[in-house]
Design a protein around this ligand. Structure first.
Ligand SMILES: [Zn+2]
Length: 206
């Protein structure tokens, strides 16, 4: 069994959402033999988990999700042929899907460098596809960009998952991952009462 790191490297030069400069790293000057830094990050930096509170005022915060919310059997689905958005018709060959599966979409987003400028035309998941996945009783969802939807002003994709209490894992790096079955382990920082948290995500597989 192998372990694959699917996390986005964190650095001030990394790709950031809409190119906002929200990552700063500063060395704390004190005892020169005790290296220490002060970091400032958005909660949505790089690989991160969105909790329902992100769009639902009464939704669960990141520290209220169970620790295994994004730990479990997982399928990396090849969507590299999709140029714009993943629609319900792109998902039909996933059926039948075992309950409680975590679905990760590998798209052309993963072929961009980790420090490239923000791609405003990133491949995203349309709301009809989100609805279908909720009906399949998936446990979690992930995508290889810093957002799971764009140009949907009512945020239907996020809200569809959050109403079903399904967390969203954004900012994955999947270029080196073959589509197929894995076991995912993604753990967000335990930030009290917040809507999201940076995470380290790894896959166990062959
Ligand atoms: Zn987010």
């Amino acid at each position: 069994m192998k372990i694959f790191d699917i996390s986005w490297p964190i650095s001030p030069t990394m790709t950031q959402y809409k190119d906002k400069k929200s990552v700063t790293i500063q060395k704390i000057e004190k005892d020169p033999y005790a290296l220490e830094h002060l970091i400032q990050l958005s909660t949505h930096t790089g690989t991160h988990i969105d909790a329902p509170l992100h769009f639902l005022p009464d939704g669960a915060a990141i520290d209220q999700l169970p620790p295994d919310a994004l730990i479990g059997p997982c399928i990396v689905v090849d969507m590299t042929q999709v140029t714009d958005m993943i629609r319900i018709e792109n998902l039909k060959n996933l059926s039948p899907l075992a309950k409680n599966t975590i679905i990760l979409f590998k798209t052309r987003n993963s072929s961009r460098a980790w420090d490239a400028s923000f791609d405003y035309k990133f491949v995203f998941l349309a709301a009809d596809a989100a609805q279908w996945l909720v009906q399949q009783e998936i446990k979690g969802i992930g995508i290889d960009y810093l957002g799971i939807e764009r140009e949907q002003p009512a945020h239907e994709t996020h809200i569809t998952f959050f109403k079903a209490n399904i967390p969203i894992l954004e900012g994955l790096r999947l270029a080196h991952i073959k589509p197929g079955n894995y076991f995912l382990c993604a753990l967000g920082l335990k930030l009290v009462g917040l809507e999201a948290a940076p995470a380290r995500a790894i896959l166990f597989g062959e």
